[in-house]
Design a protein. Structure first.
Length: 541
């Protein structure tokens, strides 16, 4: 089960920083060092959220922010000193700790006794440009719409009071069954985690995943419960339509009596074998017992059921089993694919592997460029060779611009155009001459604005009307000719091409993945020393 980061999400909410939790979990699980502190810091940086881990003495706690994440020793920790992250907030001289959705007050003396010295801070200022991700909510919208229509259809038919009341139980049962299979359905919630770990003797994960009895190797109680409640809900609907609601309740009474041994077995297993309780399992058992009590109390004791009703219920049950087996297989494969993707991402985002692939290529002496963005004094240089008329250059430009926004004070970005200026039509020549002229006369931001407008619209006439300006064609054409000739000499006939400090970006890596390595590149002395050495050689020449 993936580690939860509720303490971190709580901190972000307190700081009014919104982040896509699903995407965050995916990105952090893709980190090569997951679930380390470095993985947390790098993932927050990926989302353009300023952060820092500090070593702080307990006597200096008043000097830091009112809100922070602290590495605290767990209560009643053994000799191994179990240490966990907690969100800590100071209010009116008191301290409050939060973890897994539970908040409690902690005294200063207890905080000192559990203090480990590691503090994690998020800086609100400078985190305005949070990376946004498109969310596809169509599945949940359609599912909710179908559920509402289903309930509306049921309410349109005449039913007695008990059938109206009984409808609630299978719906709640299905929801708890889905929560029991939360890893399969990818349901994540701090409230669920709090409920499952409501006390030290409770753990849903330990019970649901337990295989201490051989019977549980082939009998999945979570799957059994979701099949049972789904069958119950669909059967209720069909029996209402066929005006056989009394026979439905008789069938349910028989089935509920038959599951009593399973209920006793589950309680015994939790109490004496695992010696832990599963709140979700107990909730499902409670629903079963309530259903049985209601049916025994209200329904007549007759057990006469027509063959038609038995066949109908049997059809619903076996159809549900078949559909669930297919759905579970799909969900399991999807889960395995996601886990494979996470492992693949961890491999691909391993900096040492990336660096070895990068420096295995030749180091190019790149041509001069009139367009240099970011910190022009930086030792770290990203160079891209693009052609605005190239279909793939838009995404690369977008990725580089995001890197530039996040690291504008730490690196420089060199733009090289691979364009044969002499073989273009007049409008295209005006475009290329104007784009460099905009940078030379108006600066970096105006240049990026004009280039972004082009990539978004790609209408040459509109762009010229909006951004076309006067230029010295001879000087600008000379720049394009030199760059184009350099590309030909080095057999770089396609765009886009990315260089990191002169090394060509490995072709086996997606260009969009470059941003995952920027932090390490900036801190890598190998590249800094190389840049200084090359500059010294150039100066001597």
């Amino acid at each position: 089960m993936a580690q939860n980061f509720n303490y971190l999400f709580h901190y972000l909410e307190k700081e009014n920083i919104k982040v896509d939790k699903v995407e965050f979990l995916f990105q952090i699980q893709s980190h090569p060092d997951y679930p380390s502190i470095l993985a947390i810091a790098d993932t927050l940086t990926f989302f353009n959220i300023q952060n820092a881990f500090l070593k702080v003495n307990i006597s200096e706690i008043e000097l830091i922010s009112k809100r922070f994440i602290a590495h605290l020793i767990e209560k009643n920790s053994g000799p191994s000193l179990d240490i966990e992250f907690y969100f800590v907030e100071q209010k009116n001289g008191s301290y409050f700790c939060s973890k897994d959705g539970t908040t409690y007050e902690i005294t200063r003396s207890e905080l000192e006794s559990r203090w480990n010295g590691i503090v994690f801070l998020i800086e609100k200022e400078g985190s305005e440009n949070i990376k946004k991700f498109k969310k596809n909510n169509s599945f949940w919208i359609l599912s909710s719409f179908c559920l509402i229509l289903f309930l509306m259809v049921i309410t349109m038919f005449e039913k007695n009071a008990i059938s109206n009341f009984f409808l609630v139980f299978p719906i709640i049962g299905i929801l708890f069954s889905i929560v029991a299979l939360q890893d399969l359905f990818e349901v994540r919630s701090g409230l669920i985690d709090s409920f499952c770990n409501i006390s030290s003797s409770a753990s849903c994960a330990d019970i649901i995943s337990s295989k201490k009895w051989k019977i549980f190797a082939f009998l999945d109680l979570s799957s059994l419960s979701i099949v049972f409640y789904t069958t119950q809900l669909i059967s209720l609907f069909l029996f209402v339509l066929s005006n056989s609601i009394d026979e439905f309740f008789i069938l349910q009474k028989i089935i509920l009596f038959s599951v009593i041994p399973m209920i006793i077995l589950s309680i015994y297993y939790q109490k004496f074998i695992e010696k832990k309780w599963c709140p979700i399992c107990l909730a499902i058992i409670t629903i079963l017992i309530l259903e049985l009590i209601i049916l025994v109390s209200i329904q007549r004791s007759s057990f006469k059921v027509s063959l038609k009703s038995i066949v109908l219920f049997g059809f619903v049950f076996f159809a549900t089993v078949l559909i669930w087996k297919s759905l579970k297989s799909i969900l399991t494969k999807q889960k395995e694919l996601k886990e494979f993707q996470l492992k693949g991402n961890r491999f691909m985002r391993n900096y040492e592997i990336f660096k070895n692939s990068l420096i295995s290529n030749n180091n190019f002496d790149l041509p001069n460029s009139s367009i240099v963005l970011g910190n022009q004094k930086s030792e770290t240089e990203i160079a891209i060779i693009i052609s605005p008329f190239c279909g793939h250059c838009k995404e690369v430009h977008k990725s580089i611009e995001e890197i530039l926004i996040a690291y504008k004070n730490d690196l420089k970005v060199k733009i090289i155009f691979n364009v044969d200026i002499e073989n273009l039509d007049e409008d295209a020549k005006v475009f290329f001459r104007s784009i460099i002229s905009i940078y030379l006369e108006k600066g970096e931001y105006s240049f990026l604005e004009a280039l972004n407008y082009w990539f978004e619209n790609k209408n040459l006439n509109d762009w010229i009307i909006k951004y076309g300006q006067s230029f010295e064609s001879y000087k600008i054409d000379l720049i394009y000719k030199q760059q184009n000739q350099w590309c030909k000499n080095n057999n770089l006939n396609f765009t886009p091409v990315i260089f990191v400090n002169g090394y060509q970006y490995p072709k086996y890596y997606n260009r969009e993945n470059l941003e995952f390595f920027i932090n390490e590149i900036l801190e890598d002395e190998f590249f800094v020393e190389n840049q200084i050495t090359e500059r010294a050689i150039i100066d001597t020449i």
